[in-house]
Design a protein around this ligand. Structure first.
Ligand code: SAM
Length: 245
C-alpha cells in the first residue's frame, strides 16, 4: 500500500503538493482506494474520499500499522565528505533507522558548503530521506540538518544518552575496544538517544577526538578493517539495530 507523510494530525488528514499529484496522476487512484497516511509518527490506513483542488481528502479507517522505528533515536554526525557520499548515507542510513543526520565541518573536510549551494544540497538530502522513509515503511522522516561547525557538534554532546566517535585509531590499536560490548552497556542502561560521529575521508583529527572525549563521548572501533567514510555509519547503524531490536 502506498505511504504518504502529512504534517498535521490524522483528524484533518489531506494530502497536498507532490504527494497529491503522485496519487492522482501517477498512481491514478480513485475514491475508495486505501493508502497509508503517516501522521505524528503513526501509520494509519485511510480511504480516499475525494479529490479537491489538487488535494486528496482521506478518511482514517481506524486500522493502524505497528511502528518499525528503532527503540533508540540514533543521530549520525558526519564530517563533510566529498562528492555525493552524503546522498548515499542519507538514503541507506534512513533505511537502517537513522533518526537525524548532522553533517559537520571537520578539520579534514575538503569540501565546504556555501550558503546558496548548501541550501539546495540540504533540500536534496531531505528529499532522499523522505523517499527512503516511505519505501522502508518508516513512521519518521529523519531530519537532515544544515552543516554545523565542529564547536557546535561538541556543544551537542551532552544532549544524548550516549555518544560514540568512530575512531580509526582505536580500530588500529592492539587492544581495541569492542563496539558490541559498549553498545550492550548503553542498552542495559536504557539509552533512548545515541549520537554516532564519523570523520571525513581523511579521518578525525586527534584534537577533535580529544575535544569530543572531554565533552563526554567515548570511542568505538568498527573492527580491524578501515571502512570508507560512507560505509562506517551504515556498519554502526546495523550493529545498533542488532543490539537494540
Ligand atoms: N580513506 C577512506 C575513505 O576515503 O573513505 C577511509 C576513511 S575513514 C578514515 C573515515 C571515517 O570512518 C573515520 O574517521 C572513522 O570515523 C570511520 N571509520 C572507518 N573505519 C573505521 C573503523 N574500523 N573503526 C572505527 N571507525 C572507522
Amino acid at each position: 500500500m502506498q505511504r504518504y507523510f502529512i504534517e498535521t494530525g490524522i483528524e484533518a488528514a489531506r494530502i497536498i503538493g507532490e504527494d497529491a499529484r503522485h496519487i492522482a496522476r501517477v498512481m491514478r487512484m480513485k475514491e475508495g482506494a486505501e493508502i497509508v497516511v503517516v501522521a505524528e509518527n503513526k501509520a494509519h490506513i485511510c480511504t480516499i474520499t475525494a479529490f479537491e483542488n489538487d488535494e486528496v481528502l482521506v478518511q482514517p479507517t481506524g486500522r493502524t500499522i505497528p511502528s518499525p522505528e528503532l527503540p533508540v533515536r540514533v543521530s549520525v554526525a558526519c564530517g563533510l565528505p566529498k562528492g555525493d557520499k552524503l546522498e548515499l548515507i542519507s538514503q541507506k542510513a534512513t533505511e537502517l533507522g537513522m533518526y537525524a543526520l548532522l553533517p559537520f565541518e571537520a578539520e579534514r573536510s575538503i569540501v565546504k558548503w556555501d550558503t546558496k549551494k548548501g541550501a539546495k544540497k540540504q533540500e536534496r538530502l531531505q528529499k532522499i530521506a523522505k523517499e527512503a522513509a516511505e519505501q522502508s515503511h518508516r513512521t519518521h522522516i529523519p531530519v537532515i540538518h544544515d552543516p554545523i561547525s565542529f564547536k557546535q557538534l561538541v556543544a551537542n554532546v551532552n544532549k544524548f544518552d550516549a555518544v560514540f566517535i568512530a575512531d580509526e585509531e582505536d580500530a588500529k590499536a592492539e587492544k581495541r575496544t569492542r563496539f558490541a560490548e559498549k553498545l550492550k552497556n548503553v542498552h542495559d542502561k536504557g539509552a533512548k538517544s545515541i549520537l554516532i560521529i564519523f570523520g571525513p575521508e581523511g579521518g578525525i583529527a586527534r584534537k577533535e577526538a580529544q575535544a569530543l572525549l572531554e565533552a563526554g563521548a567515548q570511542t568505538m572501533s568498527l573492527g580491524p578493517r578501515i571502512l570508507r567514510a560512507e560505509t562506517a555509519p551504515l556498519y554502526a547503524l546495523s550493529a545498533i539495530s542488532y543490539e537494540f531490536e
